[in-house]
Design a protein around this ligand. Structure first.
Ligand code: HEM
Length: 459
């Protein structure tokens, strides 16, 4: 058996000292894709971070993320403390503490809780629709990625706090803006990686810490205000403050703060990127766009989406799901082996990093026909039932750390498309394929420039 001769799966040739070097910095996703094309479903790399195994088959993803969760831990500090920004929120926490928190936060995102959130989402999205009115009249160019970031932040504010905290609180806005720039900056070339390292210089670090302090005081003020007037909103903050563990204990202010930051950090950028990709795929697939418009006209009849109507927007939602297949913002989910394991014919040594890539799984020939084609029909009821392989589709991860905001995201983007497309047409400034980058998210590298037209005007 192969494993006794060579415990490492095949992989690309590498420099003895630099490993994959510049390729990893320039375009990590392309590096992984090439590895998969040349070496198969399990590929070994020696990356900067250490020995790394790329997992490309849905069954292996199931093995790592679902069936053997105890053997593979999420990366990050074992203490479960994500530092001054993330604290011990869901993203960073581990073990029993994570489990307690997950059980307390989860109910805020249960499907039945989502419907009543539609009205708040529409309020947030309307702000973008209104901002777009003069831009559409003047024919000005907009960057859809920037627009979607603003839309998502405003909508998350409504869902979490029942108000547009982003617009209303300067320290909160400053904190979120700086953190977004720092965490999702353009780090896909050597030059910008060096610039990224420079950010750790003391002056830069001081600014970052000051922004976190501003964010913290704004969040603690919102928490204190709500503790005094608990009946104000039927929203996520209300749910977090009301949550109790089996011993009847609630969360401390600090814990609520940490979870709020996890929701913002987890929810904001990936959702904005996903919504941006939706505009991109619709613009490049006019038949799909036409079908969405037809569905909106039939179901909504010119009204904003509501809890009752949004669930009938099945094709629009399928567009969102198919976009997440072709352009998953979370292009990799990383684990580290705690102990030795077997994966296929190979041995996984303790400490090995295991990269599961939704981008690659979403194109795996064992699960998808014509994987590069944009076909929202794949996600309509009939075809969905025929898809058998678990983890062939996992834009939100899988297993116990599955994204807590998955239903929320699909609802939010469907509602956003439905609200905005009834009022505006989006025309991309460039017809060719956009340059993508695989950094903290998989996203259009230079944003997505477009012009807007009011619906009903001559195109
Ligand atoms: C397109 C949008 C989104 C994508 C692609 C996405 C993707 C993911 C993925 C892949 C994970 C699992 C990471 C892992 O297993 O290591 C995750 C976790 C998480 N996501 Fe999302 N997410 C999205 C939107 C959201 C939203 C809207 C929220 C909250 C409002 C959110 C909050 C979280 C949290 C708190 C976790 C950590 C869960 C835990 O470890 O218990 N995400 N997300």
């Amino acid at each position: 058996m192969q494993a006794t001769r060579n415990p490492l799966p095949p992989g690309p040739k590498q420099h003895w000292l630099l490993g994959i070097g510049i390729q990893q910095v320039k375009n990590p996703l392309r590096l992984l894709m090439r590895g998969h094309q040349r070496h198969g479903d399990l590929v070994y790399f020696n990356l900067f971070e250490g020995p790394t195994l790329l997992v490309c088959h849905p069954e292996h993803a199931q093995h790592v993320l679902v069936e053997n969760v105890r053997k593979y831990r999420p990366v990050g500090p074992e203490s479960g403390n994500g530092g001054p920004l993330l604290g011990r929120g869901l993203f960073a926490s581990r073990g029993d503490f994570w489990m307690r928190q997950r059980r307390m936060v989860q109910p805020a995102f249960h499907r039945p809780r989502m419907g009543p959130m539609v009205a708040g989402m529409v309020r947030g999205i309307e702000r973008t629709a209104e901002r777009w009115e003069p831009l559409a009249r003047s024919g000005a160019r907009v960057d859809l990625l920037t627009e979607m970031r603003q839309l998502v932040i405003s909508t998350l504010g409504e869902s979490i706090f029942s108000r547009d905290v982003y617009a209303q609180s300067e320290p909160l806005r400053g904190g979120i803006d700086l953190i977004t720039r720092d965490m999702h900056g353009p780090r896909d070339s050597l030059v910008t990686t060096v610039l990224g390292l420079l950010r750790m210089l003391p002056a830069r670090r001081r600014r970052f810490m000051a922004a976190i302090q501003g964010l913290n005081s704004a969040l603690y003020a919102l928490i204190a205000e709500r503790r005094q007037a608990p009946d104000v909103g039927d929203d996520i903050l209300g749910m977090l403050l009301g949550a109790r563990d089996p011993q009847g204990e609630g969360m401390s202010d600090q814990q609520v703060r940490d979870e709020l930051v996890s929701l913002f950090v987890g929810g904001h950028e990936a959702t904005a990127v996903a919504a941006t990709w939706c505009w991109y795929t619709l613009a490049r697939n006019p038949e799909a766009e036409q079908r969405v418009r037809q569905e909106l006209a039939e179901v909504l009849r010119g009204q904003p989406p509501s809890e009752a109507t949004v669930q009938h927007l099945t094709y629009t939602r399928a567009v969102v799901e198919e976009t997440l297949r072709l352009h998953p913002p979370a292009w990799r989910v990383v684990r580290q082996a705690r102990e030795e394991d077997r994966l296929g014919d190979w041995t996984v040594a303790p400490g090995t990093l295991v990269v599961v890539s939704p981008y690659i799984l979403h194109r795996h020939p064992s699960a998808w026909e014509q994987p590069e084609q944009f076909k929202p029909e794949r996600f309509l009821a009939e075809q969905r039932e025929r898809r058998e392989q678990r983890q062939a589709y996992m834009p939100f991860g899988a297993g116990q750390r599955l994204c807590i905001g998955n239903h929320y995201t699909l609802l939010l983007i469907t509602t956003a498309l439905a609200t905005l497309m009834q009022r505006h047409r989006v025309r991309l400034s460039s017809e060719g394929p956009v340059r993508a980058m695989s950094g903290s998210t998989y996203r259009p590298r230079d944003g997505l420039m477009a012009t807007l037209q009011p619906v009903g005007s001559a195109s």
